[in-house]
Write a protein that binds this ligand. Structure first.
Ligand SMILES: *Cc1c(COP(=O)(O)O)cnc(C)c1O
Length: 425
């Protein structure tokens, strides 16, 4: 089905009528184990996973409901194979632990999903992997960080939460020239808006919890890439680290995928409308959205993305106090982490807690990130509601005054003294 549009692929790829019942919708196979083939090469394949699609043996290694999701995602990203996992972080860690060993070096975005950046900043160094965290929006900075031992260049674009954009084609070229793989976390764009493999990346990853599922009701992760590499990740990381997706979650995500192009168009249109409204709002000092001309990487985003997605951030004139009021007064929006759901969500990142509390960023890096975040950002996941209703909700919440909002900064000063951790969202 290589020659059809992504709108057709989301409906048809990976799906066929169930051979035993004729059911058109893929069944959910809730079984931990499968009857093994008779003694012979098939049994060997099932147990050793020698072929790309071995017979099913045990659900951690692979299962029929997961395969529907994997075939859909391979088709959507234009990759040879895909692997579905229990969460986005299961996908990130499976990829890194398969391709990195003690003594190797990895270059990664200094700003990416908090769980990933902590993995790079704290966890991988403990395993003997050297890590360079750089501004992956700056191709020269990535080039300068490469070493003879660099095995992986890892970027997130758009980057969570600050929406930096990385040039996938340029990074693929320099990573390959250095003998390294390029892996792209494309969660914030999804396969409809950005094509990392076509731009030269080796692997594309997603937190399927977000846009792929779209309904906010299941955790999942996906990696798409070459068949050999995906098989290796399955054999090593899935078997040894165990981040298997449940058949029910795989089913929910595969079902959610069917409407992905419709949802992404709607999220993108809504986010652009909300971004333009916020840019003119007296309570707001700055809006960051790749679809606005004011975004520092707008030209690159126009080249690399077909639309700009549902995520934006903004800064408040009155800082933390205003953020507390906003969180308290919103009615349609929900104050929550996560993103890519049907309902609109927002979440405040105070820069002090997000950046200064962590040990693995240098002062220069903290300064660079502060330039994007100011004192703090409200991260917004624009859902599928009417953009006009969302704007009205934000407007009333941004104009409200509360006592809690006034005492917020004082309470926050105490919190800062007590807390050492980072804001994970
Ligand atoms: C949420 C997120 C992750 C982690 O995914 P989980 O499904 O929560 O494990 C990874 N990368 C990005 C960009 C994310 O937004």
């Amino acid at each position: 089905m290589a020659d059809v549009s992504i709108d057709t692929l989301v409906v048809h790829a990976g799906e066929k009528a169930d051979p035993t019942t004729g059911a058109l919708t893929p069944p959910i196979h809730m079984s931990a184990a499968f009857e093994l083939p008779e003694f012979g090469p098939q049994l060997f394949d099932a147990l050793m996973m020698e072929s790309h699609q071995p017979p099913y043996a045990y659900t951690r290694w692979g299962h029929p409901t997961g395969r529907v999701l994997e075939e859909k995602m391979a088709a959507l990203e234009g990759g040879a194979a895909a692997l579905a996992l229990a969460s986005g972080m299961a996908a990130v860690s499976a990829l890194l632990f398969t391709f990195l060993s003690s003594g190797d070096h990895v270059v990664a975005s200094e700003v990416c999903y908090a769980g990933s950046v902590e993995l790079f900043g704290e966890y991988l160094p403990r395993q003997g992997v050297a890590v360079s965290l750089v501004d992956t929006g700056d191709v020269d900075a990535v080039q300068a960080a490469l070493r003879p031992t660099t095995r992986v260049v890892y970027v997130e674009t758009p980057a969570n939460p600050i929406l930096r954009i990385a040039d996938i084609a340029a990074l693929a070229e320099i990573a390959h020239a250095a003998g390294a793989l390029l892996a792209v976390d494309s969660t914030w764009a999804g396969p409809c808006l950005q094509r990392p493999l076509a731009l030269g990346a080796d692997y594309v990853l997603h937190s399927a919890t977000k846009y792929l599922n779209g309904h906010g009701d299941a955790l999942g992760g996906v990696i798409v890439g070459p068949a050999e590499g995906i098989q290796r990740i399955r054999k090593e990381a899935l078997v040894h680290l165990g981040g298997a997706i449940s058949p029910f979650n795989a089913w929910l995500i595969a079902r959610g995928l069917v409407t992905l192009p419709l949802r992404m168009a709607r999220h993108s249109e809504g986010a652009l409308t909300v971004a333009r409204f916020l840019a003119d709002h007296p309570a707001v000092t700055q809006v960051t959205y790749p679809g606005l001309e004011s975004h520092p990487h707008h030209a690159l985003a126009c080249r690399q993305m077909s639309a700009f997605g549902g995520m934006l951030t903004f800064q408040l004139r009155h800082g933390l106090g205003a953020a507390i009021t906003l969180a308290e007064k919103i009615r349609l929006f929900t104050y929550a982490t996560s993103l890519g759901h049907a309902r609109s969500l927002l979440f405040y990142y105070p820069t002090d807690l997000y950046v200064d509390a962590v040990s693995y960023l240098s002062d220069a890096q903290k300064h660079r990130i502060r330039e994007w975040m100011g004192e703090g950002i409200v991260r917004v996941s624009v859902g599928l509601e009417s953009a006009q209703d969302l704007i009205a909700d934000l407007d009333q919440a941004l104009r409200a005054r509360t006592v809690k909002g006034m005492v917020g900064p004082a309470a926050y000063a105490v919190l800062k003294r007590l807390q050492g951790g980072s804001a994970r969202a």
